[in-house]
Design a protein around this ligand. Structure first.
Ligand SMILES: Cc1cc2nc3c(=O)[nH]c(=O)nc-3n(C[C@H](O)[C@H](O)[C@H](O)COP(=O)(O)OP(=O)(O)OC[C@H]3O[C@@H](n4cnc5c(N)ncnc54)[C@H](O)[C@@H]3O)c2cc1C
Length: 358
């Protein structure tokens, strides 16, 4: 099959890329190995409010085009994030966010891509690249541009000779029932060594989970998760595991006719593990650049220059902050002391990908 663009992966990165390059004569095929888009949910489902997005990515333009979230996918709103130190001290930061129903949200994004003219095939896997042609479980696909939006273990990246993110934190999440505090909570210390555990309130309960640094904690993710859930005393369903890339962007996101977007490109915020907003910001840039490239007005390499202009500084700052945090993450006492020194303002800046010391 011949297409202009093959997008591998229909998560936030792939669907947004497809949405912004499809139509007006550009044939886009988006494939996903999942039979159902957005399911299983491997996510805390927290999406910063549009105002926060402008603060984190001041160079991002018309972000409302991306982040005006339809009401049917919003399952909760929060005005605060509470960071709880290993010693139990709570730092309450003003931070507005939505809790998404990620299962519906990913479907909504895929629908926007289809409405723009992309063709979506589910239950189809990308297998490799052979002589420039993509091998998939629905047969070979000959594309002028291939987009690797296939998450942190991107096969597309490896097949194109690009790198996968080197630092990957295991994370476990579930849907918990019960009454939860209306603030988003992040718990640090032994409960999630080198990372954090969370309760993110949503309708009828909360998204509960944790992610940790595998260098600091050698146990199994499920073991750590079960201990946390027992402490909370809540009932859980749909427990899933995923990977959060924490090393920042991969060295190169374009090679030949292949470009990487979202987790495949390591575009997550290393101080909070959030990657939905960045996947979508990069996806829009990728889609627009591909469109221009196919009309002959720019090279694909322009994608890297453009996403870096908007996102590189906050992403690099968040990686540096995470590295600093690594120095104290091994000791609950040191971590509590560091959080005390930073105080609410410093922590507030860190979660917004700004330098914690100002
Ligand atoms: C437990 C956990 C909690 C998280 N919580 C949050 C949060 O609260 N807020 C936030 O902003 N971020 C969160 N993240 C990060 C966020 O989920 C990701 O950054 C985001 O999903 C990245 O989008 P993406 O489109 O790049 O990748 P994904 O959403 O992973 O989408 C990749 C898609 O590619 C498909 N795919 C993979 N390989 C192939 C293949 N070979 N062929 C075909 N299809 C393929 C997959 O099926 C998948 O649908 C969390 C991550 C984890 C693991």
């Amino acid at each position: 099959m011949d297409v202009d663009v093959l997008v591998v992966g229909a998560g936030p990165a792939g669907s947004t890329t497809a949405r912004f390059c499809a139509g007006e004569g550009i044939e886009v095929l988006m494939i996903d190995r999942r039979k159902e888009i957005g399911y299983p949910v491997q996510c805390g489902e927290l999406m910063p409010h549009l105002d926060e997005m402008h603060t984190i990515f001041p160079a991002g333009e018309t972000l409302e085009e991306l982040f005006t979230v339809p009401s049917h996918v919003v399952q909760g709103e929060s005005e605060h994030v509470e960071l709880v130190s290993p010693g139990g001290r709570t730092y309450r930061c003003d931070f507005k966010s939505h809790t998404l129903d990620r299962r519906s949200f990913d479907k909504h994004l895929a629908k926007l891509a289809v409405d723009a003219g992309a063709r979506l095939e589910t239950g189809v896997s990308f297998l490799g690249l052979k002589d420039g042609v993509a091998e998939t479980t629905m047969g070979p696909v000959n594309a002028k541009v291939v987009v690797g939006a296939d998450g942190p273990n991107s096969r597309t990246a490896r097949e194109a000779g690009l790198q996968n993110p080197v630092l990957r934190y295991p994370a476990v999440t579930c849907q918990a029932k019960g009454d939860f505090d209306p603030a988003v909570k992040m718990f640090f210390g032994g409960v999630a060594p080198g990372g954090y555990a969370w309760t993110i309130p949503k309708r009828g309960g909360a998204n509960v989970g944790l992610g940790f640094d595998p260098k600091v904690f050698k146990g199994s993710p499920r073991e750590a998760f079960d201990i946390f859930v027992r402490k909370l005393g809540c009932e859980c369903e749909n427990v899933t595991m995923g990977i959060v890339p924490m090393s920042g962007p991969v060295p190169s996101t374009v090679r030949g006719n292949v470009l990487l977007v979202g987790d495949a490109a390591g575009q997550t915020m290393a101080t909070n593990g959030g990657g939905i907003p960045t996947a979508m910001i990069a996806g829009r840039i990728a889609g627009r650049t591909i469109r221009e490239h196919l009309s002959g007005s720019c090279g694909l390499g322009e994608y890297e220059t453009r996403w870096k202009t908007v996102m590189l500084a906050p992403l690099v700052t968040s990686v540096r902050t995470r590295r600093m945090a690594d120095m104290v993450f091994g000791s609950d006492w040191l971590l509590s002391a560091a959080m005390f020194v930073l105080g609410r303002r410093g922590l507030d800046r860190a979660i917004r990908c700004k330098r914690p010391f100002f």
